[in-house]
Design a protein around this ligand. Sequence first.
Ligand code: ADP
Ligand SMILES: Nc1ccn([C@@H]2O[C@H](COP(=O)(O)O)[C@@H](O)[C@H]2O)c(=O)n1
Ligand code: MG
Length: 469
Amino acid sequence: MGSKSVEELLETSAEVHFSGLHLDELEMLNFEKELPTTSTTEDGHREPFVIGVAGGSASGKTTVCDMIIEQLHDQRVVLVSQKSFYYNLSKEEMARVHEYNFDHPDAFDTEQLLSCMEDLKSGLAVNIPNYDFKTHRNILPARKVNPSDVIILEGILIFHDPRVRELMNIKIFVDTDADIRLARRIRRDTVDKSRDIRTVLDQYSKFVKPAFEDFILPTKKYADIIIPRGGDNHVAVDLIVQHLHTKLGQHNLCKIYSNLYVIQSTFQIRGMHTLIRDANTTKHDFIFYSDRLIRLVVEHGLGHLPFKEKQVITPTGSVYTGVEFCKRLCGISVIRSGESMENALRACCKGIKIGKILIHREGDNGQQLIYHNLPKDISDRHVLLLDPILGTGNSAVQAISLLLQKGVQEANIIFLNLISAPQGVHVVCKKFPRIKIVTSEIENGLNEDFRVIPGMGEFGDRYFGTDDD
Ligand SMILES: Nc1ncnc2c1ncn2[C@@H]1O[C@H](COP(=O)(O)OP(=O)(O)O)[C@@H](O)[C@H]1O
Ligand SMILES: Nc1ccn([C@@H]2O[C@H](COP(=O)(O)O)[C@@H](O)[C@H]2O)c(=O)n1
Ligand SMILES: [Mg+2]
């Protein structure tokens, strides 16, 4: 407990510390690792996004979950607590309740928790047991929980069983000092649960503290994100919510169009987007980070090309069975911004043919003139269409229509861009359901001038330096 009294600790922990918060206080493990996203089941039902929140007793798990739920107000969110799945105590166990270890993994009915979570993930409503802390048994009625877009599963030991961890799309560990956790627990158990302080302290030293060290702390390594100081860490919670908003926003459009591929958001990718969207970013940095993002989009797009099995002999004389990608490829850039993507494509596909399309809006009647220079045999090729921004979708429709006129198969077109407005996605995906769109972020929308927002300004001007005064 150190030199602070329980009362002092309670005082300190109750303050909200706005000053001195730094982004680096949100510890992000596996920073480069792509957080897995949700998938569509065979019957076309989109699985909910599952967030796991673990941490010691009274670390602030419920508080952090409430903050996330409040900020995700536009989503259907359900909170499931591991505490609801405590086994009921038998009469014998009840008689010796002070010897019962509620902090051991075996205290939970993990099979029932798994079954409820699997049902919820498959879109079914479930009955969650209603656990009573006074009788240490479930009471009726159970809580009926309807399927939702997001499930938050919280509890001290939810990272302990690998099968439960597997259900989660993102894992958060709330990391609060032991003395603060003890102080909060004393207050909660004595005030809210009317337990006497001696019992609380006995339970803590006999079970809660050892179990934290033996079972809970070792699961911290599974977390994608560690939040120091729980609910006090508004910066961390805001960042997490921003990240979730991005993933869930994309999630919705991807629900509608199976030919839309948004590369999985990571904090690394969001960091690069933050830089290229910042109006104060220098031209040099704008080019550098755009190039990095473009390279990611291009690599991702190439992953959608057909391939066939190929065997090679390695220098050890062994056979390696791999794959060979389709060779009949070409890139088509939409002048001028699309030209910024050519280098990345050349760097990935040595000697690739690159053609160009110029789309020019003539007057305000929506008529567009198209000049083009395309490979003669384009109809036999897979086409990677390059344009960093998909806004209204008008230029994309013109460009794709021209490719189709030239005999390119719709299914052989992959449209690569950095950002896409939902309006453009709707237009292109509806009109050309067989092409694939690969993008790195979905925007909020278009403004009254049909510019993508939040956007990044005139991409071509910023990239080629023609916006200098
Ligand atoms: N940042 C905070 N400052 C002060 N009290 C807090 C803070 N976070 C949580 N608490 C209080 O501490 C207790 C435990 O928090 P809770 O979020 O329920 O933890 P957990 O769900 O991890 O057990 C609750 O009574 C809560 O009101
Ligand atoms: N009948 C029970 C069941 C559980 N506990 C304690 O609850 C703690 C977990 O809940 P948190 O909200 O703190 O995460 C756990 O540490 C158990 O000791 C209990 O006291 N009585
Ligand atoms: Mg709780």
